[in-house]
Write a protein that binds this ligand. Structure first.
Ligand code: ACO
Length: 329
């Protein structure tokens, strides 16, 4: 009988820019208030990249930390997979740029565009590659520099986002642990609710596209909010059914950090108490595909991290996409 592999996370890392933008700073930029932002979103501050920091800059730093924790070198990597909606450029992929920075010439490289669900999509792809024996050691990243596509004159979006990167090293193991299951879904009919319309083949960069502010993120916040609550609930219950785990067995719920009210609604639906819900949105804002791997690195850096297991990861995002994963350390 052939060997059955499982995909285990053996290293984590994250990186955020040094500069912090607080709600009080935003009060000076647009018509908003700390009180409004905290009560509607749970965000207090976010990290913002300078002009010389790109997705690959943060991704490379996070990758180096994850490789150190895993005790592996660049030569061990077989695939670099980057989830991002803010790549350094349309091509080459940010994965290829990170490969060059890490000096890991033997790897396959690709980017995934699945909005804030990108890291969960990545886990699902890596799990399949490892289970089928195609790759044994993979670097998966969620990397975003959303500040560069944020319209800093639009108070309904500019208060929400932050920059950051999270990385994990995933290796094949014969023990039944690591990724227990993944679930991913999409509905392109809702794509117009959250998009950056400029810069692709539909609206290539032109004077008109710049004047029309098409190179900024556009969002119908209220409709996204309603969809998110429903999708996060559905993805969470589906992964529990699929893996046979009960909600009360979950050690930590790690939701995508988009809005504290969406996080609380998801936890309430699952009857998971607040002390088991990981929240760092107050410090980072919404870092899209980076939010879950940043959280994983913070959890893993805690000496008692094994008590946090099993973890239920759940996200939604542009596309629309949504999905979930159950993992153990
Ligand atoms: N400061 C003060 N007032 C504001 C601000 C602000 N920053 N932004 C909007 N308002 C006002 C609105 O103009 C509106 O005023 P009005 O009633 O006079 O018209 C009022 O506040 C309420 O606006 P809503 O949009 O209804 O506020 P809501 O409670 O829905 O909160 C929010 C807005 C925070 C954006 C919420 O809808 C949300 O979190 N949506 C989900 C966003 C999200 O998760 N996006 C995911 C992105 S993922 C990715 O893939 C990148």
């Amino acid at each position: 009988m052939s060997e059955r592999y499982y995909a285990e996370i053996v290293g984590t890392g994250h990186a955020v820019p040094e500069r912090i933008l607080t709600n009080f700073d935003l009060e000076k930029m647009v018509d908003t208030s700390d009180e409004w932002i905290v009560s509607r979103t749970g965000i207090r501050e976010r990290h913002i990249a300078d002009e010389n920091t790109y997705a690959s800059t943060l991704g490379t730093k996070a990758a180096i930390s994850a490789m150190e924790m895993a005790g592996i070198g660049a030569d061990d990597l077989e695939l670099i997979l980057v989830a991002t909606v803010t790549p350094d450029m349309p091509f080459p992929s940010t994965a290829a740029i990170i490969q060059k920075n890490l000096n890991a010439p033997k790897t396959a490289v690709m980017d995934i565009s699945a909005g804030c669900t990108g890291f969960i999509y990545g886990l699902s792809i890596v799990d399949s590659y490892i289970k089928t024996g195609i790759f044994k050691t993979v670097l998966l990243l969620g990397v975003e520099v959303l500040s560069k596509i944020t319209d800093w004159t639009d108070r309904s979006t500019c208060i929400l986002f932050g920059d950051g990167a999270g990385a994990v090293i995933i290796r094949a193991t014969l023990e039944r642990k690591g990724i227990l299951g993944t679930y991913i879904k999409g509905d392109g009919r809702l794509g117009g609710l959250l998009m950056m319309p400029g810069g692709g083949s539909q609206n290539p960069a032109s004077k008109e596209s710049v004047d029309g502010r098409l190179h900024y993120l556009k969002m119908s916040g209220n409709e996204v909010f309603k969809f998110a609550v429903q999708a996060m609930g559905e993805a969470s219950t589906t992964i529990l059914e699929q893996t046979g785990l009960k909600a009360e067995e979950i050690g930590t719920l790690v939701p995508h950090q988009a809005n504290i009210r969406i996080i609380q609604a998801t936890a309430k639906r699952l009857h998971i108490p607040p002390e088991k819900v990981y929240v760092n949105i107050d410090r980072y804002g919404n870092t899209s595909s980076a939010s879950i791997p940043i959280a994983l690195d913070e959890i893993r850096s805690n000496g008692n991290y094994k008590a946090a297991s099993p973890l239920l990861l759940v996200a939604f995002g542009a596309g629309f996409t949504w999905g979930s994963a159950a993992i153990t350390w």
